[in-house]
Design a protein around this ligand. Sequence first.
Ligand SMILES: [Zn+2]
Length: 391
Amino acid sequence: MSANSETIDLICRLLEFDTVSSKSNLPLIQWVEKYLLAHGIKSCLSFDPAGGKANLFATVGGQDSGGIVLAGHTDTVPVEGQNWTKPPFCGTVSDGKLFGRGAVDMKSFIGICLALVPELQRSPGKRPIHLALTFDEETSMLGARTLVADLRDRGVRPLACLVGEPTQLKAVVGHKGRRALRCCVSGRSAHSSLPAQGVNAIEHASRIISHLRSMAERHRLHEERHYGYDVPYSTIVTTRIVAGVSTNTVPPECSFDFEFRHLPWTSPDELEAEIRAFAESVVRSDMVKEWSGCDIRFDIESSLPAFGSSCSGEGLATGAAELLELLGRRDAPLGYMAFATEASLFQQAGIPTIVCGPGSIEQAHKPDEYITLTQVAAGEQLLRQLVRANQ
Ligand SMILES: [Zn+2]
């Protein structure tokens, strides 16, 4: 089994566009738009507020509704500070591998989809196939949020969605949700020899952090398990802290970041409400006794719902079950994974979704990112199977 050379050429073309999330993806999107148009397919673009980035949605065979969405993000993580021995923004084939930023995450999947277009156009199947390319997946997921809103507004209701993130072609039906928050504790500064004149923001922040730690411990010990995951319970972690003025000053400010990575049955709203209530009724109420100007503020930095809910696959939505059938994966073991994807947003929008794509996440985000040519070929085979089963 070896990868088609036209597919490799298409992937290499995509790798030539520097679509690091901080930059515009428009040159890539316009190139894909032209490619599709050359095959008689019109694309629909949806933009970010500044107009510098776009999603592309195009339908091959039939009208907009029903059908299977093949979804991939066009942006990549940066290359700065990484020790690349291959040029990141051009495809290099060597040693049975294809190197380049985005090779595995996830321009190969997009290239495989594009290579399939002429065939799809020649013999459209029972259900239309949609291509959905997004922006900003690696950052805010604004692209997918904009895309699903656009589909809703235009009344496009796909049957199911395949997100081609690298799972080594295992069909993944769930990942945890993630909510990241920042907490800013404001106290009052004083000379450290006179601590009673100040309110120590670090010390009060640490009480909130300790409470987060006890919540994490409670989930580790008592939460209902989801054995599909390496860590079968929701986790709560404080990840960063910024505070302090000097070694002889009572610190007036302390801010820290923390996150919940939650199972589908654990509500991030409830976790957030619990920590806010503790901060307000226990910590802040102590602080204002010392000085009325004290405050504690929480901001959500990002929030992504959990994807999937069933341990066994029995609870799969009809569209997802049908998609698994089309992919020839109905009886294969289903997987759960640690990293978050746009699948949660498609699913939240009412589109049953599965994550399944070529390559391994192990090679993503690293210097000399690559995908093996065997995985490219296996990815082609998977989509060919979908096209055949859709006839
Ligand atoms: Zn990705």
